[in-house]
Design a binder for this molecule. Structure first.
Ligand code: URP
Ligand code: ZN
Ligand code: ZN
Length: 468
C-alpha cells in the first residue's frame, strides 16, 4: 500500500522544508511538492514536523542485571519507544557467563522475536572478555551484522574489564571496523568508596551518588580514550554525565582521536538532589553513572551544541519502585541500577533543547537519530528522510503540550523519573517502514513486526564518520 504524507514540514539534520513524501514498499520513493498518486493513502501532516524516526542507541530490555531482570521487555519497551517517536533501538546483548557468544546472541534474538514492534539491532556487551570470547568475537560480529562492542570499566564484581582486556577489545574493534562502547567509571575504586560509606553506617540512596564521584568518571574516560588511541580504535563513551568526562572527550577530539560521546535525558534535566528524596524515593533515581550536581547540566548542553557529544541514548533499564528497587531498602549498593527513559528521550530533547532555544531543530534530528545511524552503521537506510531510506517517520505536533506521568506512560514501570514535567511538542503518529505503529496516539502495530537489522561490518575500515 502506498502512502503520501502531505502538508508537513520535513526536518533532517541539515534541512527544513515543506514537501510531500511518497512511501512505497516501506521505503521513501519520492519527495516533492504536491505529490499525487490515486492509489496512495493520504496522511495529512499540516502543522506537523515530519522527522526521521528516532534511533535510540542505548537500551536494556529484558536484561538480567544486579541480581534481577529489567521490567520492560521487548513488547512494552518497544511500544513505549514507538509512542515516544523512536523507530529503531540498539539493545545491549549481554554475554556475561555465556559459554559461547553466539548462544547469547541467539538468546537475545529469542527475547525480541514475536515481540518487537519496531526495528532493532544488538550491541555485543562483553561481560567477560577472555581467551575464548576474544577468539569468537570477530566471527560473531561478522555473521550477525553487529558493528559495536560494549565493555564496562564499572561494576567491578560483575563485569569490569581490566585495562589489558579493554585494550584487547579495542584491537578487535580496529580489526573489525566496530566501534567500542565503554561505560567509563572506575569500578574498583567505587567499590572501595562504597565499603567506606557502609562502614560508617550509610544506607540511603544518596550514597549511590556520593560514592561514584565525577573524578572517577573523568579518570576512566581518559583511560579509555588513551587505550583506544593506542589501538587506533573508534571509541564511543556511553552516558557521559559530567564536566570531568566532557573535558577529556573534547581534548581528545581536538587531537584528532576517534572519540564519540553520548549523554542521556536525565543528566540534562535532573540533578543529584533527587537521590536525597525521603521515604526511599531517591531509589527511583539510582542509575550509573549517577545524577550530578546541577552545574554539570549546562556543560552537557554546551558539549551537545558544540558537537563534542553526538548522541542521546535513553539508557532504558527499568525497575519498578514498588518491587525491584526495594531490594536496596537497607543498603544503597543493592538498589538495581537503572531507570525508565525510552519513551521520553525524544520529547525531552525537543522540549528542553529546541523549544527552549538551546539547540536548533536540525541539531535535534542529528542527536536523536542521524548521528546514531552514522556511528552504528545504519545510515542512510535509517536516520534521515531521503529517497531510498526506510519510511521511518514521526509526525510531530510542536504546539501540543503534555505532562509526563507514570499514569499515562506505556513503560511497564510504576513511576516516571520525570513525573510532572511539562514537555512541549508531541509525536502524534509514528510509521515504521511505512506502516503505522502509532496512529493519532493509538497503538496500531503488531507484535513481532519489528525486524532485526544486520549492520555493515567493514573489516579493517572505519564506518562513515560523523562530521564536526
Ligand atoms: O544504571 C544503569 N545505567 N544501568 C544500565 C546499565 C548501564 O550501566 O548502562
Ligand atoms: Zn553503563
Ligand atoms: Zn546502559
Amino acid at each position: 500500500m502506498k502512502k503520501i504524507v502531505t502538508g508537513g514540514t520535513i526536518v533532517t539534520a541539515t534541512e527544513t522544508y515543506q514537501a510531500d513524501v511518497l512511501i512505497e514498499d516501506g521505503k521513501i520513493s519520492k519527495i516533492g511538492k504536491e505529490l499525487m498518486d490515486t492509489e496512495a493513502e493520504i496522511i495529512d501532516a499540516t502543522g506537523q514536523y515530519v522527522f526521521p524516526g528516532g534511533i535510540d542507541p542505548h537500551t536494556h530490555l529484558d536484561m538480567p542485571f544486579n541480581n534481577t531482570v529489567t521490567d520492560d521487555d521487548w513488547k512494552t519497551g518497544t511500544i513505549a519507544a514507538a509512542f515516544g517517536g523512536t523507530t529503531t533501538i540498539l539493545d545491549f546483548c549481554l554475554t556475561a557467563g555465556e559459554v559461547k557468544l553466539i548462544d547469547a546472541v541467539e538468546k537475545w534474538h529469542e527475547k525480541a522475536k514475536n515481540k518487537a514492534v519496531i526495528d532493532y539491532g544488538f550491541h555485543l556487551m562483553i561481560g567477560d572478555l577472555n581467551e575464548n570470547t576474544l577468539a569468537e568475537l570477530p566471527q560473531v560480529l561478522q555473521q550477525e551484522g553487529i558493528s559495536s562492542i560494549k565493555v564496562f570499566l564499572a561494576y567491578a564484581k560483575e563485569f569490569q574489564a581490566t585495562d589489558r582486556t579493554l585494550y584487547q577489545a579495542f584491537k578487535v574493534g580496529k580489526e573489525m571496523g566496530a566501534v567500542v562502547m565503554v561505560h567509563c567509571e572506575n569500578g574498583s575504586v567505587i567499590d572501595e568508596l562504597v565499603e567506606e560509606a557502609k562502614a560508617l553506617g550509610h544506607t540511603e540512596p544518596i550514597y549511590h551518588a556520593l560514592t561514584r564521584p565525577p573524578q572517577l568518571e573523568g579518570e576512566a574516560t581518559k583511560r579509555a580514550i588513551e587505550l583506544a588511541h593506542l589501538a587506533d580504535a573508534e571509541l564511543y563513551v556511553v552516558h557521559v554525565t559530567c564536566k570531568e568526562a566532557v573535558d577529556e572527550i573534547i581534548s581528545a577530539r581536538k587531537k584528532g582521536y576517534k572519540v564519540y560521546g553520548e549523554t542521556c535525558p536525565p543528566y540534562l534535566v535532573l540533578d543529584q538532589t533527587a537521590l536525597a528524596k525521603p521515604n526511599f524515593e531517591g531509589a527511583k533515581y539510582v542509575w550509573s553513572p549517577p545524577l550530578r550536581p546541577k552545574e554539570h547540566q549546562q556543560v552537557l548542553w554546551n558539549a551537545l551544541k558544540a558537537k563534542q557529544l553526538q548522541t542521546i541514548g535513553s539508557d532504558q533499564c527499568s525497575f519498578n519502585f514498588n518491587g525491584k528497587k526495594r531490594l536496596g531498602i537497607d543498603d544503597f549498593s543493592k538498589i538495581p541500577n537503572g531507570g525508565p527513559f525510552i519513551e521520553d528521550r525524544f520529547s525531552i530533547l525537543y522540549s528542553e533543547g529546541v523549544a527552549k532555544g538551546k539547540i536548533t531543530i536540525n541539531e535535534f534530528v542529528d542527536m536523536i537519530s542521524t548521528n546514531a545511524a552514522k556511528i552504528f552503521g545504519l545510515f542512510p537506510q535509517k536516520g534521515t528522510i531521503a529517497v531510498g531510506s526506510d519510511a521511518d517517520i514521526v509526525l510531530f505536533d510542536p504546539n501540543k503540550e503534555r505532562v509526563i506521568s507514570a499514569d499515562t506512560h506505556h513503560m511497564n514501570v510504576d513511576y516516571s523519573a520525570f513525573e510532572g514535567l511539562t514537555v512541549k511538542g508531541e509525536p502524534v503518529s509514528v510509521l515504521s517502514r511505512g506502516e503505522f505503529v502509532v496512529k493519532d496516539k493509538e497503538f496500531v502495530g503488531e507484535f513481532g513486526r519489528g525486524q532485526y537489522i544486520k549492520r555493515k561490518v567493514k573489516k579493517g575500515e572505519f564506518k562513515e564518520a560523523v562530521t564536526n
